[in-house]
Every structure is written in C-alpha cells, then in structure tokens.
Design a protein. Structure first.
Length: 308
C-alpha cells in the first residue's frame, strides 16, 4: 500500500509539473496586463519536444547525455519519499532529510557539469552561475533543517512533521524562525524573481540548456518544474503538516490530498505575487540577500541552544 502511494505521488508530480509552470506564466501575464500563453502551453511544448530529434554537441561526452535522465529520475525518487498526502513518508529510507539534501544537490552538480561538458562557453558560464547560487542558498537550508532536527530529535521528515504538527517541540520559537529561513531558501530554489527568472532562456540561468534539444530538453524542463513542487512540498511536510492523513483509509487520504492541494495552491499564489512586485537583483548583490537568510537560520540555532 505504501509503495503504491509513493508511486502515485511521483505520478502526481509528473502530471502536475507542466501545469504548475504553465499556471505561473499565465498568472505573470495577467499581473502584467498581457494575454500570455494558455495554462496548458507547457504540455503542448513538452509533447512537441518529444517528437523532435535529440541532438548533442560534437565535443560533449556521456555526461551531457546522462544529465536529463539523472535529473528526472532524482526528482521522481525524492518525491516518492516526501510525506505529501500523509503525515508519514511512504518510503521510510527516502524520508531522511540529510539523504534528501544530497539527492537535491546531485542534479545541480550534474546540471552545471553538463553545461561545461557541452563545450559552449555560454552554457559553461550559466553552469558556474548555477553552482554559485547553490553555494549561497544551501547553507541556510541545511542550518534551518539542523535546528529542526535538534528540536524534534529526528532526521525523518515524517517524524519531524509529526512533532511540529502536534506542537511537541521544546523550542517552538527556534523552530518557527527556522521555518522562516527554510521558506526563504525554498523561494530562492524556485527560481523566481528577484533571484532568478524561470523563463530566462536567453540569459545565463538557462544557458546550460542552450545545447539541449528534443526529448532531453523536455526531460530537463519537466524536472525543473517538478523541483518547484518538491521544494514547496518539503516545506509543507515539515513546517505546515496540518491536515495530512494520519492513516491509510480512503477518506483520510482523500482529505489529505485535498488539503495538500489547497496548501500548495496558496503557496504558489503567494510566490507569484511576490515575484510580480519585486525587481530582479543583480548577480553581484545576490549574496547580500542570501546571507541574510543564513543569518535568520543562525539566529534560530542560537535560540535552539538557549532552549527558546
């Protein structure tokens, strides 16, 4: 039953990924008083890409060909372990937050490596930029999770959500502050303004994709959209677990799915509002804001040590 639930979660992320990215583009257009593309446009684009030829540069090695499948497979694997509908993880071995952190970093490393491997200087600079963003945002995410681990006494995502959902933590203020830092880090990982622009095909952010085409490009685009769902689902599972199913009965699972969809829709709507009311920050100033998030996480650690 749990394996079936894990597969259903992965299928849900796969089917919903183009809808999430398409809805974000549609809402951005409406905020800017433009007609914009239809909500289902990303589905049309992915189908079209799967029908085209898969080409790679002459100088690229197996890494350039491997990255799309590795990116896609890792996203599917992560989502199978995140407690989405239930308060507990369907696959216990994948519920460890330290393991999930490593799995989340793995595609970023190969994403940048494949950009350099393509032999394109433009793609290589974009890959280096991706690594720089990871160096800036991942310390805050790890520190926030470390505070939560200390407060809940477990690295299992489901057990962390259980403790926070039942208000059983000994340092509630530190956990709340860690949740704020983790939320900020998750927003940066989403690739939205002011930090990034998800549709920057002609800029450095999507520079690593400039040498991809056909099914490989489709897999990468789907994986990037799935990553947005995973990052927010991770935040919801740990810090906002309320309403998730506590048992495997059909009514409880249906209610848990409905509550999860409402929470995700609310979070994506808030993220869309934020990205439409801010200006894009220059790359040279990006560290100023990301280190502020690290500061919030460090303050949460101090409060945790003080027992607050």
């Amino acid at each position: 039953m749990l394996i079936l639930l894990a597969c259903l979660q992965a299928a849900l992320a796969l089917l919903a990924a183009p809808l999430v990215s398409g809805s974000a583009r549609w809402m951005r257009a409406k905020f800017q008083t433009r007609k914009g593309p239809p909500i289902l446009q990303d589905y049309y684009d992915i189908i079209k890409l799967f029908k085209r030829q898969d080409l790679h540069t002459r100088d690229s090695s197996f890494i350039h060909k491997l990255m799309p499948a590795l990116f896609f497979g890792t996203m599917m694997l992560i989502f199978m372990g995140v407690p989405v509908i239930t308060r507990f993880s369907p696959v216990t071995v994948l519920a460890d937050v330290i393991l999930l952190l490593y799995l989340l970093v793995l595609p970023r490393f190969f994403f940048a490596l494949a950009a350099i491997d393509s032999g394109s200087s433009y793609a290589g600079v974009g890959g280096i930029r991706e690594l720089l963003l990871g160096v800036l945002v991942e310390p805050a995410m790890m520190l926030a999770l470390f505070v939560t681990i200390l407060a809940t006494g477990s690295t299992n995502m489901g057990e962390m959500g259980m403790a926070i959902g039942s208000f059983a933590t000994e340092t509630p203020v530190a956990v709340a502050l860690a949740g704020v830092a983790f939320a900020c880090a998750c927003y940066i990982e989403l690739g939205k303004l002011p930090f990034d622009l998800a549709e920057a095909e002609q800029e450095l952010q999507d520079g690593p994709l400039s040498e991809y085409s056909g099914p490989s490009l489709a897999l990468v685009k789907m994986s990037m959209s799935m990553k947005q769902i995973i990052v927010l689902s991770w935040f919801v599972a740990i810090f906002v677990p309320f309403g998730s199913a506590l048992e495997l009965s059909l009514p409880a699972l249906a209610l848990g799915l409905g509550v999860y969809l409402l929470k995700m829709a609310g979070l994506f709507f808030v993220c869309t509002i934020i990205e439409n009311v801010v200006a894009r920050v220059r790359l040279s100033l990006l560290g100023h804001q990301t280190w502020a998030v690290v500061g919030i996480a460090a303050m949460a650690l101090v409060l945790s040590i003080l027992g607050v």
